[in-house]
Design a protein around this ligand. Sequence first.
Ligand SMILES: Cc1cc2nc3c(=O)[nH]c(=O)nc-3n(C[C@H](O)[C@H](O)[C@H](O)COP(=O)(O)O)c2cc1C
Length: 374
Amino acid sequence: MRLLTAGESHGPALVGILDGLPAGLRLSEAEIRRDLARRQFAHGRGGRQRIEKDQARILAGLVRGVTTGAPLALVIENLDYKNWEGLEVPPNRVPRPGHADLAGCLKWGFDDTRFVSERASARETAMRTALGAVCKALLAEAGISCAAQVLQIGTVKAGPADLSDRRRLAAVEASPVRCADRAAAGRMLKAVDRAKAAGETLGGVVQVSAFGVPPGLGSSVQWDRKLDGRIAQALMSIQSVKGVLLGQAEAQAASVGSRSQDAIRWSRGRGYFRPTNRAGGLEGGITNGGVVEARILLKPISTLKKGLPSVDLLSKKAVAASYQRSDTCVVPAAVPVAEAMLAWVLSDALLEKFGGDSVRDLKRALGVFRLRAG
Ligand SMILES: Cc1cc2nc3c(=O)[nH]c(=O)nc-3n(C[C@H](O)[C@H](O)[C@H](O)COP(=O)(O)O)c2cc1C
């Protein structure tokens, strides 16, 4: 399966294509809208979100609400486009540190950072979230679900909630910072508001999990087929993500071998199982039947009211980078984006293993495999 997006932050629309989606998957624009709203209205976001009403329209690949196996095409209109249409916007000659601005201008030979920033912008993650919602619908047919939560904003930390428990999941969803620990969530909210008042920004940590994943997805035989690497790449590609950890990676690095693995057990009722999940559901680049679990580390975003030190691309004189309406903390908004990227990688790996022409064939092959492998 291939996932592609196109579109600029202040262009007319974002466009997305999922190519290789099986036939027979029931989809609605409403279920895509739900994830788009979760991305849009998380705490810490800026003024742009008051303008947009993100709604994906399905343009192709669907007949009477069911996929046909043809490429699925989505479009999300940028309502902010109308505010910019026809305006003579002066070129931006001052690249912002922490953005693709300077590296992109050097790469493509531009002296206006907008030619780079308009596409590098995380506005693009709206389309990834929409396509991810489609992948989640496919995974649901295979009994797999993805969920994420915020574990840290700035220096405020919370322990992970068990998101296989519906009430804990609901608590995450009810929290404006997507954290089930109410006391910690309150401190996170305050930290974001304080940062905003001080003209600062904050980063943090999101944990993303997938439940019900069968063993055997991915492969150990070639480096680029290892699913741990594919998951890391997909999560790292999210704007402002600077680190990806699988399972208990940090604790493992500081521990000893005998306390870093997951013992293998077997019982008549459960088949193979592990009393712990330090590996995050992946061994040798293959899913092992456990919960797939990763954490992403996001830096504080780089557009600050007090412009960071930079240089004019033409005069080469030192100037402060300009400020344009920006978010304060995107960690809660990254929750549905991380779910989307994990859902995409798992969907791709699922179709690879079980075949992808129709949902019915996929489920049949998966059923046979589950009987054999538990
Ligand atoms: C949902 C989301 C929204 C973002 N919004 C902003 C923003 O308003 N201002 C900003 O400077 N960066 C924002 N970012 C981060 C930048 O897009 C990102 O730092 C930049 O493109 C450079 O990429 P890199 O940090 O991955 O190297 C956002 C990231 C995400 C995930």
